[in-house]
Design a protein around this ligand. Structure first.
Ligand code: ADP
Length: 262
């Protein structure tokens, strides 16, 4: 609520007072503010790696290039920061395509088990490196109506989060079951650091992170969950997060069962 007060002078004591205008912040204003915040966030997220890249290039120009050791290290920082910017721009493009609703979707029946298996397989190396175990239990006969590339992205975002925020010797499990004639419920559970209760309501917001430093260090853009939510909702599903700080996190989402599917 915005309140404006204007002093009001009347001729008599009784008439002196103030005119107070109360009005709701309109949807338009809210949208404008969200857009400004978004642009500010994007600028900041791009400026940070750019500044790092620039300073390492300057160090190389100032002579570090003469030392092969330094040069190699600095170039690897530059390469890492460039990767981050590419990831960020890729995620931003994905979000803007979801917003614009002009993407063509290749929705068709697919075996959920195959999708989960392939997604898990893509993380084999990373799981080994981080000493985190992943298991999945998905019945053979679940057929869902989805765009497989889009669903791949949901699994990639959610599994990579589970790995990023789960310390060594942790476990990740993926389960799926039919919950109604029309929907399948998929759950990705980890035994990681969890999310504080006070952060849960904003957790799907763009660029929202519990621990910015940890997210950045793990290569996060802060956009993974908003993209996952966008994709699930486009499929007519819903997504939610339950979490207990220090215990772990469970991300659950629904997907449409393919008509005529088993
Ligand atoms: P990021 O790129 O930072 O991981 P996301 O949008 O994917 O961005 O997630 C937003 C934030 O939610 C993360 O920064 C992290 O704080 C929290 N988060 C997401 N998934 C998990 C998880 N499995 N365990 C703990 N925290 C998580």
């Amino acid at each position: 609520l915005h309140a404006y007060s204007t002093p009001f002078r009347g001729d008599t004591e009784e008439e002196r007072g103030a005119v107070i205008v109360l009005r709701d912040i309109t949807d338009q204003e809210r949208e404008d503010r969200a857009r400004r915040d978004f642009v500010a966030n994007v600028s900041h997220e791009i400026r940070t790696p750019l500044t790092t890249v620039k300073s390492y290039i300057e160090a190389l120009e100032d002579g570090a290039i003469e030392s092969p050791d330094h040069a190699k290290r600095f170039l690897s920082v530059i390469s890492g920061e460039t990767d981050r910017m590419v990831r960020l721009v890729t995620d931003l493009l994905q979000l803007s395509r979801l917003d614009a609703q002009r993407e063509s979707w290749a929705i068709a029946p697919h075996s959920l088990r195959d999708l989960v298996q392939k997604a898990s397989f893509r993380f084999t190396m990373q799981l080994q490196r981080q000493k985190v175990a992943l298991s999945f239990e998905v019945p053979n006969n679940l057929v869902v109506n989805v765009d497989p590339d889009k669903l791949d992205q949901v699994f990639d975002n959610l599994i990579s989060n589970a790995i990023k925020y789960t310390p060594e010797d942790g476990r990740i499990s993926i389960t799926a079951a039919r919950v109604s004639g029309k929907h399948v419920l998929v759950q990705i559970t980890d035994t990681g650091v969890g999310i504080p209760k006070s952060d849960l309501p904003q957790i799907f917001d763009r660029f929202y992170r519990v621990d910015k430093a940890r997210s950045r260090q793990a290569g996060g853009t802060g956009l993974g969950l908003s993209i996952a939510r966008g994709i699930i909702e486009k499929h007519g599903g819903q997504i939610r997060i339950d979490s207990e700080e220090g215990q772990g996190t469970a991300v659950s989402f629904t997907l449409p069962v393919a008509t005529g599917g088993a």
